[in-house]
Design a protein around this ligand. Structure first.
Ligand code: NAP
Length: 463
Protein backbone atom coordinates (compact mmCIF):
# COMPACT_ATOMS: atom_id res chain seq x y z
CA UNK A 1 0.00 0.00 0.00
CA UNK A 2 1.16 3.52 -0.67
CA UNK A 3 1.55 5.93 2.24
CA UNK A 4 0.06 9.40 2.65
CA UNK A 5 1.10 12.29 4.86
CA UNK A 6 -1.13 13.50 7.67
CA UNK A 7 -0.66 17.23 8.10
CA UNK A 8 -1.36 19.79 10.81
CA UNK A 9 -4.25 22.08 9.79
CA UNK A 10 -2.50 24.88 11.68
CA UNK A 11 0.85 25.05 9.88
CA UNK A 12 0.79 22.24 7.31
CA UNK A 13 3.66 20.36 8.95
CA UNK A 14 3.71 16.58 8.41
CA UNK A 15 2.94 14.79 11.66
CA UNK A 16 2.66 11.21 10.45
CA UNK A 17 2.03 8.81 7.61
CA UNK A 18 -0.59 6.10 7.10
CA UNK A 19 -1.26 3.50 4.40
CA UNK A 20 -3.88 4.19 1.74
CA UNK A 21 -5.99 1.06 1.27
CA UNK A 22 -7.67 0.48 -2.07
CA UNK A 23 -10.80 -1.44 -3.00
CA UNK A 24 -8.86 -4.63 -3.69
CA UNK A 25 -7.58 -4.66 -0.08
CA UNK A 26 -11.06 -4.70 1.47
CA UNK A 27 -11.64 -8.43 1.05
CA UNK A 28 -8.49 -9.22 3.06
CA UNK A 29 -9.68 -7.05 5.96
CA UNK A 30 -13.08 -8.75 5.92
CA UNK A 31 -11.58 -12.27 5.78
CA UNK A 32 -9.27 -11.54 8.73
CA UNK A 33 -12.18 -9.99 10.65
CA UNK A 34 -14.25 -13.16 10.21
CA UNK A 35 -11.45 -15.23 11.75
CA UNK A 36 -11.01 -12.64 14.52
CA UNK A 37 -14.75 -12.62 15.26
CA UNK A 38 -14.81 -16.40 15.74
CA UNK A 39 -11.81 -16.37 18.06
CA UNK A 40 -13.04 -13.43 20.14
CA UNK A 41 -16.61 -14.69 20.48
CA UNK A 42 -15.22 -17.92 21.92
CA UNK A 43 -13.07 -16.05 24.42
CA UNK A 44 -14.71 -15.86 27.88
CA UNK A 45 -16.10 -12.45 28.83
CA UNK A 46 -13.81 -12.14 31.87
CA UNK A 47 -10.74 -12.53 29.63
CA UNK A 48 -12.07 -9.92 27.21
CA UNK A 49 -12.88 -7.58 30.11
CA UNK A 50 -9.39 -7.91 31.56
CA UNK A 51 -7.80 -6.97 28.22
CA UNK A 52 -10.07 -3.94 27.76
CA UNK A 53 -9.37 -2.88 31.35
CA UNK A 54 -5.64 -3.13 30.71
CA UNK A 55 -6.08 -0.98 27.61
CA UNK A 56 -7.81 1.58 29.87
CA UNK A 57 -4.74 1.72 32.08
CA UNK A 58 -2.39 2.03 29.09
CA UNK A 59 -4.54 4.82 27.61
CA UNK A 60 -4.39 6.64 30.93
CA UNK A 61 -0.62 6.28 31.14
CA UNK A 62 -0.39 7.85 27.67
CA UNK A 63 -2.83 10.77 27.95
CA UNK A 64 -0.17 13.31 26.94
CA UNK A 65 0.96 11.26 23.92
CA UNK A 66 -2.64 10.84 22.77
CA UNK A 67 -3.41 14.54 23.34
CA UNK A 68 -0.43 15.60 21.21
CA UNK A 69 -1.61 13.32 18.38
CA UNK A 70 -5.23 14.54 18.62
CA UNK A 71 -4.20 18.19 18.66
CA UNK A 72 -1.66 17.67 15.88
CA UNK A 73 -4.02 16.11 13.38
CA UNK A 74 -7.23 18.04 14.20
CA UNK A 75 -5.79 21.48 14.99
CA UNK A 76 -7.83 21.62 18.22
CA UNK A 77 -6.09 23.23 21.18
CA UNK A 78 -3.94 21.07 23.43
CA UNK A 79 -6.23 22.07 26.30
CA UNK A 80 -9.20 20.50 24.48
CA UNK A 81 -7.15 17.55 23.22
CA UNK A 82 -6.03 16.71 26.76
CA UNK A 83 -9.65 16.75 27.92
CA UNK A 84 -10.54 14.35 25.10
CA UNK A 85 -7.56 12.05 25.70
CA UNK A 86 -8.31 11.88 29.41
CA UNK A 87 -11.78 10.39 28.73
CA UNK A 88 -10.48 7.52 26.57
CA UNK A 89 -9.38 5.27 29.43
CA UNK A 90 -12.72 5.85 31.13
CA UNK A 91 -14.67 4.71 28.06
CA UNK A 92 -12.56 1.54 27.94
CA UNK A 93 -13.30 0.99 31.64
CA UNK A 94 -17.06 1.50 31.25
CA UNK A 95 -16.97 -0.82 28.21
CA UNK A 96 -15.10 -3.49 30.11
CA UNK A 97 -17.82 -3.45 32.78
CA UNK A 98 -20.90 -3.17 30.56
CA UNK A 99 -19.53 -5.76 28.14
CA UNK A 100 -19.49 -8.32 30.92
CA UNK A 101 -23.15 -7.72 31.79
CA UNK A 102 -24.86 -9.63 28.98
CA UNK A 103 -27.78 -10.80 31.07
CA UNK A 104 -30.86 -12.39 29.53
CA UNK A 105 -34.28 -13.17 30.93
CA UNK A 106 -36.23 -16.32 31.76
CA UNK A 107 -39.51 -16.67 29.88
CA UNK A 108 -42.59 -17.66 31.92
CA UNK A 109 -43.73 -20.02 29.14
CA UNK A 110 -46.35 -21.79 31.26
CA UNK A 111 -48.27 -18.49 31.46
CA UNK A 112 -49.03 -19.01 27.77
CA UNK A 113 -52.21 -21.11 27.44
CA UNK A 114 -51.45 -24.61 26.17
CA UNK A 115 -47.81 -24.59 27.39
CA UNK A 116 -46.87 -26.62 30.44
CA UNK A 117 -43.99 -26.87 32.87
CA UNK A 118 -42.11 -29.25 30.58
CA UNK A 119 -40.42 -26.41 28.71
CA UNK A 120 -37.83 -23.85 29.73
CA UNK A 121 -37.29 -20.64 27.79
CA UNK A 122 -34.69 -17.92 28.12
CA UNK A 123 -32.91 -15.27 26.08
CA UNK A 124 -29.25 -15.29 25.20
CA UNK A 125 -27.37 -12.18 24.09
CA UNK A 126 -24.36 -12.65 21.82
CA UNK A 127 -21.98 -10.52 19.72
CA UNK A 128 -23.14 -9.72 16.20
CA UNK A 129 -19.83 -10.85 14.62
CA UNK A 130 -18.03 -8.45 12.28
CA UNK A 131 -18.61 -4.73 12.92
CA UNK A 132 -17.61 -1.93 10.56
CA UNK A 133 -17.08 1.29 12.55
CA UNK A 134 -16.75 4.52 10.59
CA UNK A 135 -15.80 7.68 12.48
CA UNK A 136 -15.54 11.43 11.74
CA UNK A 137 -12.65 13.84 12.26
CA UNK A 138 -13.93 16.05 15.05
CA UNK A 139 -13.34 13.78 18.09
CA UNK A 140 -10.93 11.17 16.71
CA UNK A 141 -10.43 9.62 20.16
CA UNK A 142 -13.84 9.73 21.82
CA UNK A 143 -15.92 8.77 18.81
CA UNK A 144 -13.65 5.83 17.99
CA UNK A 145 -13.74 4.67 21.61
CA UNK A 146 -17.53 4.90 21.81
CA UNK A 147 -17.72 2.34 19.00
CA UNK A 148 -14.81 -0.01 19.50
CA UNK A 149 -14.88 -0.11 23.34
CA UNK A 150 -18.34 -1.69 23.64
CA UNK A 151 -18.01 -3.64 20.36
CA UNK A 152 -14.83 -5.38 21.49
CA UNK A 153 -15.94 -5.84 25.09
CA UNK A 154 -18.95 -7.91 24.00
CA UNK A 155 -16.90 -10.10 21.65
CA UNK A 156 -17.10 -8.63 18.15
CA UNK A 157 -14.32 -8.14 15.62
CA UNK A 158 -14.10 -4.57 14.34
CA UNK A 159 -12.85 -2.99 11.15
CA UNK A 160 -12.35 0.66 12.03
CA UNK A 161 -12.33 3.26 9.28
CA UNK A 162 -11.33 6.62 10.81
CA UNK A 163 -11.68 9.94 8.97
CA UNK A 164 -9.00 10.41 6.35
CA UNK A 165 -7.74 13.57 8.05
CA UNK A 166 -7.43 12.04 11.56
CA UNK A 167 -6.25 8.40 11.45
CA UNK A 168 -3.24 8.73 13.78
CA UNK A 169 -5.37 8.80 16.95
CA UNK A 170 -7.13 5.61 15.81
CA UNK A 171 -3.76 3.86 15.30
CA UNK A 172 -2.59 4.98 18.76
CA UNK A 173 -5.73 3.55 20.39
CA UNK A 174 -5.33 0.29 18.43
CA UNK A 175 -1.73 0.12 19.69
CA UNK A 176 -2.89 0.39 23.33
CA UNK A 177 -5.29 -2.52 22.74
CA UNK A 178 -2.57 -4.62 21.14
CA UNK A 179 -0.24 -3.92 24.07
CA UNK A 180 -3.07 -4.97 26.39
CA UNK A 181 -3.23 -8.36 24.66
CA UNK A 182 -5.99 -8.02 22.05
CA UNK A 183 -5.42 -10.87 19.54
CA UNK A 184 -4.62 -10.14 15.89
CA UNK A 185 -7.59 -9.78 13.58
CA UNK A 186 -9.99 -8.65 16.32
CA UNK A 187 -9.41 -4.96 15.59
CA UNK A 188 -8.12 -3.73 12.24
CA UNK A 189 -7.75 -0.08 11.27
CA UNK A 190 -8.28 0.53 7.56
CA UNK A 191 -7.21 3.91 6.20
CA UNK A 192 -7.93 5.55 2.90
CA UNK A 193 -10.83 7.32 1.27
CA UNK A 194 -14.29 6.66 2.72
CA UNK A 195 -15.95 7.20 -0.62
CA UNK A 196 -13.65 4.59 -2.23
CA UNK A 197 -13.73 1.95 0.54
CA UNK A 198 -17.11 2.70 2.10
CA UNK A 199 -19.53 0.86 -0.19
CA UNK A 200 -17.50 -2.36 -0.20
CA UNK A 201 -17.20 -2.37 3.60
CA UNK A 202 -20.77 -1.39 4.36
CA UNK A 203 -22.62 -3.59 1.88
CA UNK A 204 -20.66 -6.83 2.43
CA UNK A 205 -22.88 -9.57 3.91
CA UNK A 206 -20.06 -10.76 6.20
CA UNK A 207 -20.52 -7.48 8.10
CA UNK A 208 -23.38 -7.78 10.60
CA UNK A 209 -23.32 -4.25 11.97
CA UNK A 210 -22.35 -0.82 10.66
CA UNK A 211 -21.78 1.86 13.25
CA UNK A 212 -21.37 5.22 11.57
CA UNK A 213 -20.81 8.73 12.90
CA UNK A 214 -20.58 11.54 10.40
CA UNK A 215 -22.66 13.74 8.15
CA UNK A 216 -26.31 13.12 7.36
CA UNK A 217 -25.47 12.93 3.64
CA UNK A 218 -22.97 10.09 4.10
CA UNK A 219 -25.14 8.35 6.69
CA UNK A 220 -28.15 8.39 4.38
CA UNK A 221 -26.05 6.90 1.59
CA UNK A 222 -24.83 4.15 3.93
CA UNK A 223 -28.42 3.36 4.97
CA UNK A 224 -29.37 3.02 1.30
CA UNK A 225 -26.73 0.39 0.52
CA UNK A 226 -26.11 -1.47 3.79
CA UNK A 227 -28.71 -4.17 3.19
CA UNK A 228 -30.17 -6.32 5.96
CA UNK A 229 -27.84 -5.67 8.86
CA UNK A 230 -27.84 -3.72 12.10
CA UNK A 231 -27.19 -0.02 11.61
CA UNK A 232 -26.38 2.86 13.97
CA UNK A 233 -26.19 6.34 12.49
CA UNK A 234 -24.99 9.32 14.55
CA UNK A 235 -25.44 12.23 12.17
CA UNK A 236 -25.52 15.99 11.81
CA UNK A 237 -27.47 18.69 13.62
CA UNK A 238 -28.25 22.36 14.12
CA UNK A 239 -28.79 22.43 17.87
CA UNK A 240 -31.06 25.09 19.39
CA UNK A 241 -30.80 26.80 22.76
CA UNK A 242 -33.74 28.78 24.18
CA UNK A 243 -33.10 31.63 26.61
CA UNK A 244 -36.32 32.61 28.40
CA UNK A 245 -37.05 35.98 30.02
CA UNK A 246 -36.75 34.46 33.52
CA UNK A 247 -33.34 32.88 32.84
CA UNK A 248 -30.15 33.71 34.73
CA UNK A 249 -28.69 35.74 31.86
CA UNK A 250 -25.06 35.77 33.01
CA UNK A 251 -25.13 32.01 33.52
CA UNK A 252 -26.77 31.41 30.12
CA UNK A 253 -24.16 33.65 28.47
CA UNK A 254 -21.35 31.67 30.15
CA UNK A 255 -22.82 28.41 28.85
CA UNK A 256 -23.42 29.65 25.28
CA UNK A 257 -19.89 31.14 25.13
CA UNK A 258 -18.63 27.60 25.73
CA UNK A 259 -21.22 25.55 23.86
CA UNK A 260 -21.05 27.50 20.61
CA UNK A 261 -17.29 27.55 20.23
CA UNK A 262 -15.61 24.50 21.79
CA UNK A 263 -13.57 22.65 19.13
CA UNK A 264 -14.19 25.66 16.83
CA UNK A 265 -17.88 24.73 16.74
CA UNK A 266 -17.08 21.40 15.09
CA UNK A 267 -19.19 19.37 17.47
CA UNK A 268 -22.43 17.65 16.53
CA UNK A 269 -23.99 19.02 19.76
CA UNK A 270 -22.54 22.51 19.30
CA UNK A 271 -24.92 25.41 19.94
CA UNK A 272 -25.91 26.73 16.53
CA UNK A 273 -29.27 28.49 17.00
CA UNK A 274 -29.87 30.71 20.04
CA UNK A 275 -33.52 31.67 20.42
CA UNK A 276 -33.77 34.50 22.94
CA UNK A 277 -36.90 35.99 24.51
CA UNK A 278 -37.28 39.51 23.06
CA UNK A 279 -37.53 41.04 26.56
CA UNK A 280 -33.98 39.94 27.48
CA UNK A 281 -32.32 40.06 24.05
CA UNK A 282 -30.29 43.22 24.72
CA UNK A 283 -29.13 42.03 28.15
CA UNK A 284 -28.19 38.62 26.80
CA UNK A 285 -26.13 40.01 23.93
CA UNK A 286 -24.43 42.49 26.28
CA UNK A 287 -23.44 39.55 28.50
CA UNK A 288 -22.43 37.23 25.66
CA UNK A 289 -20.30 39.51 23.47
CA UNK A 290 -17.39 40.12 25.90
CA UNK A 291 -17.31 36.44 26.81
CA UNK A 292 -17.02 35.39 23.15
CA UNK A 293 -14.42 38.06 22.45
CA UNK A 294 -12.37 36.76 25.40
CA UNK A 295 -11.99 33.27 23.88
CA UNK A 296 -8.28 32.87 23.13
CA UNK A 297 -7.93 31.56 19.58
CA UNK A 298 -4.70 30.61 17.83
CA UNK A 299 -1.79 28.16 17.83
CA UNK A 300 -3.25 24.87 19.14
CA UNK A 301 -0.01 24.10 21.01
CA UNK A 302 0.11 27.35 23.01
CA UNK A 303 -0.75 26.85 26.66
CA UNK A 304 -3.26 29.72 26.72
CA UNK A 305 -5.08 28.84 23.45
CA UNK A 306 -8.63 27.67 24.12
CA UNK A 307 -9.78 27.19 20.52
CA UNK A 308 -7.56 26.19 17.60
CA UNK A 309 -8.21 25.72 13.91
CA UNK A 310 -10.99 24.13 11.93
CA UNK A 311 -10.06 20.84 10.30
CA UNK A 312 -8.86 22.60 7.12
CA UNK A 313 -8.61 25.98 5.45
CA UNK A 314 -11.30 24.81 3.01
CA UNK A 315 -13.73 24.31 5.89
CA UNK A 316 -12.80 27.70 7.36
CA UNK A 317 -13.53 29.36 4.01
CA UNK A 318 -16.92 27.59 3.89
CA UNK A 319 -17.81 28.95 7.36
CA UNK A 320 -16.58 32.44 6.46
CA UNK A 321 -18.82 32.39 3.36
CA UNK A 322 -21.86 31.18 5.33
CA UNK A 323 -21.49 34.11 7.73
CA UNK A 324 -21.13 36.55 4.81
CA UNK A 325 -24.26 35.12 3.16
CA UNK A 326 -26.28 35.49 6.39
CA UNK A 327 -25.15 39.11 6.70
CA UNK A 328 -25.99 39.66 3.03
CA UNK A 329 -29.52 38.43 3.78
CA UNK A 330 -30.00 41.03 6.54
CA UNK A 331 -28.44 39.52 9.69
CA UNK A 332 -25.95 41.54 11.79
CA UNK A 333 -22.44 40.37 12.64
CA UNK A 334 -22.05 41.43 16.28
CA UNK A 335 -18.49 40.16 16.61
CA UNK A 336 -15.93 37.77 15.08
CA UNK A 337 -16.00 35.99 11.75
CA UNK A 338 -12.56 37.05 10.46
CA UNK A 339 -10.50 34.21 8.98
CA UNK A 340 -6.76 33.52 8.94
CA UNK A 341 -5.86 30.24 7.26
CA UNK A 342 -7.90 27.53 9.01
CA UNK A 343 -8.83 29.80 11.93
CA UNK A 344 -12.18 31.62 12.13
CA UNK A 345 -12.70 34.06 14.98
CA UNK A 346 -15.70 33.15 17.19
CA UNK A 347 -18.73 34.95 15.77
CA UNK A 348 -22.17 36.07 16.95
CA UNK A 349 -24.65 36.66 14.14
CA UNK A 350 -27.86 38.41 15.26
CA UNK A 351 -31.27 38.88 13.73
CA UNK A 352 -30.99 35.60 11.81
CA UNK A 353 -34.12 34.40 10.02
CA UNK A 354 -34.78 30.97 11.62
CA UNK A 355 -35.76 29.63 8.19
CA UNK A 356 -32.52 30.74 6.51
CA UNK A 357 -29.74 28.35 5.55
CA UNK A 358 -27.53 29.84 8.27
CA UNK A 359 -29.94 28.52 10.90
CA UNK A 360 -31.20 25.41 9.12
CA UNK A 361 -28.04 23.86 7.63
CA UNK A 362 -25.39 22.43 9.91
CA UNK A 363 -22.65 25.09 10.20
CA UNK A 364 -19.97 23.05 12.00
CA UNK A 365 -18.02 26.20 12.74
CA UNK A 366 -17.45 28.79 15.49
CA UNK A 367 -20.53 30.98 15.03
CA UNK A 368 -24.02 31.14 16.50
CA UNK A 369 -27.25 32.37 14.89
CA UNK A 370 -29.34 34.49 17.27
CA UNK A 371 -33.05 35.06 16.70
CA UNK A 372 -35.86 36.29 18.96
CA UNK A 373 -39.00 34.74 20.41
CA UNK A 374 -42.11 35.89 22.24
CA UNK A 375 -42.59 32.91 24.57
CA UNK A 376 -41.87 29.25 25.18
CA UNK A 377 -44.48 27.81 22.79
CA UNK A 378 -43.17 29.99 19.95
CA UNK A 379 -39.55 29.18 20.92
CA UNK A 380 -40.19 25.42 20.88
CA UNK A 381 -41.84 25.73 17.49
CA UNK A 382 -38.77 27.61 16.11
CA UNK A 383 -36.44 25.06 17.73
CA UNK A 384 -38.34 22.12 16.22
CA UNK A 385 -38.46 23.71 12.77
CA UNK A 386 -35.35 21.83 11.62
CA UNK A 387 -34.66 18.58 9.83
CA UNK A 388 -32.37 17.68 12.75
CA UNK A 389 -33.02 16.63 16.33
CA UNK A 390 -29.81 15.82 18.20
CA UNK A 391 -29.64 18.11 21.23
CA UNK A 392 -31.37 21.17 22.68
CA UNK A 393 -31.02 23.44 25.71
CA UNK A 394 -33.39 25.70 27.63
CA UNK A 395 -32.51 28.37 30.17
CA UNK A 396 -35.38 29.13 32.55
CA UNK A 397 -36.15 29.14 36.26
CA UNK A 398 -39.72 28.02 35.69
CA UNK A 399 -40.61 24.37 36.31
CA UNK A 400 -43.66 24.43 34.01
CA UNK A 401 -41.56 25.83 31.15
CA UNK A 402 -38.93 23.14 31.79
CA UNK A 403 -41.47 20.34 31.66
CA UNK A 404 -43.14 21.70 28.53
CA UNK A 405 -39.72 21.93 26.85
CA UNK A 406 -38.75 18.41 27.94
CA UNK A 407 -41.96 17.02 26.50
CA UNK A 408 -42.26 19.06 23.31
CA UNK A 409 -38.70 19.59 22.03
CA UNK A 410 -37.77 17.06 19.34
CA UNK A 411 -34.21 16.23 20.34
CA UNK A 412 -32.33 13.16 21.54
CA UNK A 413 -30.90 15.03 24.56
CA UNK A 414 -32.55 18.00 26.23
CA UNK A 415 -30.66 20.06 28.79
CA UNK A 416 -32.51 22.29 31.20
CA UNK A 417 -30.23 25.14 32.29
CA UNK A 418 -27.31 24.09 30.13
CA UNK A 419 -26.59 23.86 26.43
CA UNK A 420 -26.64 20.58 24.47
CA UNK A 421 -22.84 20.59 24.49
CA UNK A 422 -22.59 18.27 27.44
CA UNK A 423 -22.13 14.51 27.52
CA UNK A 424 -21.48 11.84 30.12
CA UNK A 425 -20.03 8.81 28.37
CA UNK A 426 -22.49 6.42 29.99
CA UNK A 427 -25.68 8.27 29.04
CA UNK A 428 -27.80 7.27 26.03
CA UNK A 429 -26.78 9.56 23.19
CA UNK A 430 -28.23 9.86 19.71
CA UNK A 431 -30.49 11.94 17.55
CA UNK A 432 -34.06 12.07 16.33
CA UNK A 433 -35.16 12.88 12.74
CA UNK A 434 -32.21 13.43 10.35
CA UNK A 435 -29.75 13.34 13.26
CA UNK A 436 -29.69 9.58 13.21
CA UNK A 437 -30.95 6.22 14.31
CA UNK A 438 -29.87 4.14 17.28
CA UNK A 439 -28.13 5.23 20.45
CA UNK A 440 -24.55 5.34 21.67
CA UNK A 441 -23.38 5.71 25.27
CA UNK A 442 -21.64 2.62 26.55
CA UNK A 443 -24.62 0.60 27.83
CA UNK A 444 -26.75 1.52 24.79
CA UNK A 445 -23.91 0.60 22.44
CA UNK A 446 -23.55 -2.80 24.11
CA UNK A 447 -27.17 -3.41 23.12
CA UNK A 448 -26.54 -2.17 19.60
CA UNK A 449 -23.46 -4.38 19.21
CA UNK A 450 -25.19 -7.58 20.34
CA UNK A 451 -28.27 -9.53 19.33
CA UNK A 452 -30.68 -11.58 21.32
CA UNK A 453 -31.68 -15.19 20.70
CA UNK A 454 -34.61 -16.99 22.29
CA UNK A 455 -33.82 -20.52 23.50
CA UNK A 456 -36.52 -23.08 24.29
CA UNK A 457 -35.68 -26.40 25.97
CA UNK A 458 -38.44 -28.88 25.08
CA UNK A 459 -38.64 -31.47 27.85
CA UNK A 460 -41.16 -34.27 28.32
CA UNK A 461 -43.74 -33.98 31.05
CA UNK A 462 -42.84 -35.89 34.20
CA UNK A 463 -46.25 -35.24 35.80
P1 NAP B 1 -18.29 12.67 6.85
O1 NAP B 1 -17.70 13.45 5.76
O2 NAP B 1 -19.65 12.13 6.67
O3 NAP B 1 -17.24 11.51 7.16
C1 NAP B 1 -17.42 10.62 8.23
C2 NAP B 1 -16.71 9.32 7.93
O4 NAP B 1 -17.37 8.69 6.83
C3 NAP B 1 -15.26 9.48 7.51
O5 NAP B 1 -14.52 8.41 8.03
C4 NAP B 1 -15.35 9.38 6.00
O6 NAP B 1 -14.15 8.97 5.38
C5 NAP B 1 -16.41 8.32 5.86
N1 NAP B 1 -17.04 8.26 4.54
C6 NAP B 1 -17.09 9.20 3.57
N2 NAP B 1 -17.79 8.73 2.51
C7 NAP B 1 -18.19 7.48 2.82
C8 NAP B 1 -18.96 6.47 2.14
N3 NAP B 1 -19.46 6.67 0.92
N4 NAP B 1 -19.18 5.32 2.76
C9 NAP B 1 -18.70 5.09 4.00
N5 NAP B 1 -17.97 5.99 4.69
C10 NAP B 1 -17.73 7.17 4.11
O7 NAP B 1 -18.31 13.52 8.21
P2 NAP B 1 -17.14 14.40 8.82
O8 NAP B 1 -17.02 15.65 8.02
O9 NAP B 1 -15.92 13.58 9.06
O10 NAP B 1 -17.75 14.73 10.26
C11 NAP B 1 -18.61 15.79 10.49
C12 NAP B 1 -20.04 15.31 10.60
O11 NAP B 1 -20.15 14.33 11.60
C13 NAP B 1 -20.99 16.41 11.02
O12 NAP B 1 -22.15 16.34 10.23
C14 NAP B 1 -21.29 16.09 12.46
O13 NAP B 1 -22.52 16.58 12.94
C15 NAP B 1 -21.27 14.60 12.43
N6 NAP B 1 -21.08 14.09 13.78
C16 NAP B 1 -22.15 13.52 14.41
C17 NAP B 1 -22.01 13.06 15.72
C18 NAP B 1 -23.18 12.47 16.46
O14 NAP B 1 -22.97 11.87 17.50
N7 NAP B 1 -24.41 12.62 15.98
C19 NAP B 1 -20.78 13.16 16.35
C20 NAP B 1 -19.72 13.74 15.66
C21 NAP B 1 -19.87 14.19 14.37
P3 NAP B 1 -13.17 10.04 4.71
O15 NAP B 1 -12.72 10.93 5.80
O16 NAP B 1 -12.09 9.20 4.13
O17 NAP B 1 -13.96 10.77 3.67
Amino acid sequence: MTLEDIKSPFDGSVIGQVPVASLKDVDGYLARAEVGAKLWRNTPAHVRSAIILKAATIAEENIEELAQIISGETGKSLVEARAEASRCGEIFRLSSFEGSQLYGSTLPLDANKGTGLDKLGFTLRQPVGVVVAISPFNYPGLLVLHKIGPALAVGNAVILKPARTTPLTAFAIAKYLKEAGLPDGVLQVITGSGSVLGDALVSDPRVRKVSFTGSTVTGTHIASIAGAKKLSLELGSSCPVIVMDDADIEYAADAVALGGYINAGQVCISVQRVIVHEKVMANFLDALKPRVEAIKVGDPKSADTKVGTLISEKEAIRVEKSIATAVGEGATLLTGGARTGAIVMPAIVCGVNPKSAFAQDELFGPAIAVSSTTGITDAISIANDSPYGLGAGVFTKNMDTSIQAARELDAGSIHINWTPLWRADLMPYGGLKSSGIGKEGVRSTVNEMTEEKTIILHGRSWQ
